[in-house]
Design a protein around this ligand. Structure first.
Ligand SMILES: Nc1nc2c(c(=O)[nH]1)N[C@H]1C(S)=C(S)[C@@H](COP(=O)(O)OP(=O)(O)OC[C@H]3O[C@@H](n4cnc5c(=O)[nH]c(N)nc54)[C@H](O)[C@@H]3O)O[C@H]1N2
Ligand SMILES: Nc1nc2c(c(=O)[nH]1)N[C@H]1C(S)=C(S)[C@@H](COP(=O)(O)OP(=O)(O)OC[C@H]3O[C@@H](n4cnc5c(=O)[nH]c(N)nc54)[C@H](O)[C@@H]3O)O[C@H]1N2
Ligand SMILES: [Mo]
Length: 777
């Protein structure tokens, strides 16, 4: 048998694997060629028993599908989705072998020898690398204090161990500067947690039971691909799917209706819908009275009324039977929902009336003027959503909430579900991301550090600018892991400056990524098939064991190995250097799940379908949903959702819009998860190898842009090159840019994205960006 380095997969076989040409073959085989190019490929059949198989999971921020790794002669030769997970492996999943054996795979610690970004490094040993890190950390702590250290992590590996261990290591050092907020879905957290008491609660199990599915600012046909089958089943069962998006996205192509909208105006649409629902009495009054804080009383100073200031849960309502204010949880009451049910001289209002006050001005004309959605569409949409049962909104960390007032966007979707009683039932709800961690308790792996100093953090979108400005403290040492900083943080030019400014940057990754190019020290880490770990996360309903299938190449090590060695040098080795099984068991403790169970396959912490907030039981301390949020009020924002004009928008910044008149929104692609897989050769072969920008024919014509030619998308932050896709599948005045292209491929769309922060959540506003587009000379 020839060496597997000569193993080649014919394009047709790959397409077959993707289900493009018939069904994927279940009996694995591969093709080898002889040494001479001209020699025809020979089929070498292998029996299943020739392989060793191991389990793992796609640990990046996708759906954490359970994978089976096929290993033959110590090499990973094939990946499948395991049968007990009930999904098919996607293109990215089966291409993971190419990530493991990628030409840009890091195999040794590398110390920079050239300029930052130049890509010139010399290999050094782990001992030298660890010596250097220890020296740099000690110097920063001695000369400046722990605030000079920064650790950044994100979603490259969402297992239960690595990121947590990294952050804990810096805490044990005495603390460090950290990021706050999220590039992803901080806005959902800032709305959902105070409203419903629990973040990450998805409704994917009962999508097939829904009769009306509103995909609002997201694209599950691509971004929830493994569960698209549930949407397709719903359609077979008679459900309608409606998509609200400035772009005719892949989900719209399969849906019943596409409603194009001006980016950043979703709050106006939601308020307009609430107005119709209230005025046409399409709300679910019994649900609102029994399960929500819509009935809580508010005084003239916009404060929630309580029976006792000491008891935060003692909200007052007006009982329409006894005609007195009583505690909301008193027996046998019927609380007033709207002000009309209060005595005429009442000094109070109800939360529901406060919300209606916000919605009332949003006439059809006014909503249309903001959103560009015709009035008759708004009415039909509202009636369909409110009066079809059950109805579901798909939120899934939507593009619509990666905007300046994303917290209100996400919250307004929960309002709609609560007001119509479409939550806590099969086929209803607001589908967020969600996972096992919400179903059972997985204890922390490492006890908290005894003396970690509280150091002010940096909002994640501001990492570039704040480091450059030395805010809140100068950063002298930066550890970046599981984060594609140079492609995923907004305003790439500023991020590049930050990388250059920090005297010592460590980047730990599997590949020589766009960010690793800017490191002083690059650390080679294992891929998911090369170490042991646990996934009990927020993106799948299963707990999964990640087994080691193959040896890592060269000197690559798990992130947890690196922290263990460093911890030993700093005198707290025993906290970090236990066998990995110790940490996995610590995570599983109390969940009823054991490693032995997981070795047989993925385990769900709950039996049966998962229905978040079943029967209207929320996870707040009162078990009721809150619609009036005091946390927002403390931040000087309206405690109920209100219209806010996004500042970087045509209407919000008319002067800026003179220069950059087009709205730029981002899209995620089937070819990658963010920048991960962005350089995978199989994917580049089957899909595109160049970024596109969708632009409307009228916008293109005015700029002399032809379909298929290179253009530059630019603004005051930077520029991004892409091929013009001139199409009516995008709203006029909007362009759609693609997420995840590497610097080495011409640059990511984050060169232009807005690095403003959604103040309610410390969220990322990449979809509140103005640009212009020009032909390339
Ligand atoms: N322009 C633009 N920017 C965006 C978005 C957008 O749509 N457009 N979307 C935003 C969203 S929603 C998100 S969630 C973020 C995602 O942003 P990130 O989480 O930063 O995503 P990736 O680009 O996949 O980067 C993950 C990196 O981790 C590395 N990695 C994988 N496994 C390991 C490991 O075990 N250890 C270490 N040390 N590294 C590992 C990968 O190789 C990769 O380089 O991006 C945000 N940024
Ligand atoms: N294949 C693949 N799947 C993924 C990912 C990936 O990178 N690749 N990433 C994962 C992650 S981390 C996340 S957060 C999810 C995200 O999942 P999605 O939110 O579905 O992903 P996006 O493509 O960022 O955004 C979806 C849509 O939002 C639209 N949009 C932008 N701005 C607005 C607006 O103001 N209003 C409205 N109504 N629509 C707007 C965009 O045009 C886009 O079509 O996907 C997850 N799944
Ligand atoms: Mo995300």
């Amino acid at each position: 048998m020839e060496a597997l380095s000569q193993y080649r997969l014919k394009r047709r076989t790959l397409l077959k694997g993707l289900g493009v040409v018939g069904l994927a073959s279940l009996s694995p085989c591969f093709f080898t060629s002889g040494t001479a190019q001209a020699e025809p490929l020979r089929r070498v059949p292998l029996k299943l028993s020739d392989y060793k198989t191991y389990r793992s999971t796609c640990a990046m921020e996708c759906l954490h599908c359970n994978l089976t790794a096929y290993v033959w002669q110590d090499r990973l030769v094939k990946i499948e989705a395991s049968k007990d997970f009930n999904v098919k492996c996607c293109l990215r999943g089966i291409s993971r072998t190419k990530w493991v054996y990628h030409p840009q795979r890091l195999t040794q610690p590398l110390l920079r020898t050239g300029e930052k970004g130049e890509g010139k490094f010399k290999p050094i040993s782990w001992d030298e690398a660890l010596d250097r890190i220890e020296k740099e950390i000690r110097t920063v702590i001695a000369e400046q204090g722990n605030e000079g250290l920064l650790i950044t992590t994100h979603a490259g590996n969402m297992d239960s161990i690595k990121n947590d261990m990294g952050k804990a290591f810096f805490d044990y050092l005495g603390g460090s500067t950290k990021q706050i907020g999220s590039l992803c879905c901080a806005a959902v957290t800032a709305s959902m947690t105070p409203m419903l008491g629990l973040r990450y609660a998805d409704t994917r199990d009962t999508i097939p039971d829904s009769r009306f599915i509103l995909c609002w600012g997201n694209n599950p046909a691509v971004t929830m691909h493994a569960y698209w089958k549930n949407y397709a089943q719903a359609q077979k069962n008679g459900a309608r799917i409606v998509v609200i998006d400035p772009r005719f996205n892949e989900t719209a192509a399969k849906a019943d209706e596409w409603i194009p909208i001006v980016p950043g105006t979703d709050i106006a649409l939601a308020l307009g819908m609430i107005k119709i629902i209230v005025e046409e009495q399409r709300y679910d009054a019994p649900f609102l009275r029994a399960h929500t804080g819509a009935v809580y009383l508010v005084d003239k100073d916009q404060k929630l009324m309580r029976q006792s200031a000491e008891d935060v849960d003692s909200y007052l309502v007006f009982d329409t039977l006894s005609k007195t204010p009583v505690r909301h949880d008193a027996e046998g009451i019927v609380p007033a929902l709207f002000n009309e049910e209060l005595p005429p001289d009442s000094p109070f209002t109800t939360v529901m009336s406060e919300i209606y006050q916000q919605a009332k001005p949003w006439t059809l004309d006014k909503v249309s003027a903001e959103t560009d959605i015709p009035g008759h569409t708004i009415i039909r949409l509202t009636r369909d959503y409110a009066s079809t049962t059950p109805s579901m909104i798909v939120q899934n960390m939507s593009g619509a909430q990666r905007t300046e007032f994303g917290t209100y966007v996400a919250a307004s979707q929960f309002y709609l579900a609560l007001i119509t009683g479409n939550i806590g039932k099969r086929g209803a709800g607001v589908c967020d991301a969600g996972g096992a961690r919400q179903m059972a308790k997985f204890s922390p792996i490492i006890p908290p550090a005894p003396n970690a100093k509280k150091i002010p953090p940096i909002p994640v979108s501001k990492i570039g600018e704040w480091i450059v400005q030395g805010k809140p403290n100068p950063i002298k040492f930066w550890w970046n892991m599981t984060m594609g900083a140079m492609t995923q943080l907004p305003n790439t030019n500023m991020v590049r400056e930050a990388f250059k400014k920090v005297p010592f940057v460590v980047v730990a990754d599997n590949l020589m990524t766009s960010s690793a190019l800017y490191a002083d020290l690059v650390l080679p880490v294992t891929t998911i098939f090369e170490d042991v770990s646990l996934m009990a996360g927020v993106r799948s309903h299963y707990v999964q064991l990640m087994e080691k299938a193959v040896e890592p190449p060269g000197e690559a090590k798990p992130d947890y190995w690196i922290f263990a060695r460093l911890a030993e040098r700093f005198g707290f080795g025993e906290v970090f250097n236990q066998p990995i099984e110790h940490y996995i068991d610590a995570c599983l403790k109390g969940s009823g799940i054991t490693r032995e169970m997981l070795a047989k396959g993925p385990v769900r912490p709950v039996e049966g379908d998962w229905i978040p907030f079943k029967d209207g039981v929320f996870r707040t301390t009162t078990k009721k949903a809150n619609l009036f949020i005091e946390e927002w009020q403390q931040k000087k924002f309206s405690p109920v959702v209100t219209w806010m004009q996004v500042s970087e928008s045509v209407k919000g910044s008319p002067e800026l819009a003179q220069k950059y008149p087009l709205f730029a929104v981002q899209r995620k692609l089937a070819r990658s998860v963010h920048s991960s897989h962005g350089m995978n050769p199989w994917i580049l072969e089957v899909q595109r190898d160049k970024p596109n920008v969708m632009i409307h024919p009228e916008d293109a014509r005015r700029r002399g842009i032809q379909h298929g030619e290179w253009v530059t998308v630019f603004n005051h932050r930077g520029e991004h090159r892409a091929i013009a896709d001139v199409t009516t599948h995008i709203k006029k005045g909007v362009v759609s840019l693609e997420n995840g292209w590497w610097e080495q491929q011409g640059g990511s769309s984050s060169h232009v994205t807005n690095d403003q922060v959604d103040l309610l959540s410390n969220g990322h506003c990449c979809n509140s960006t103005l640009v212009d587009v020009k032909r390339e000379a």
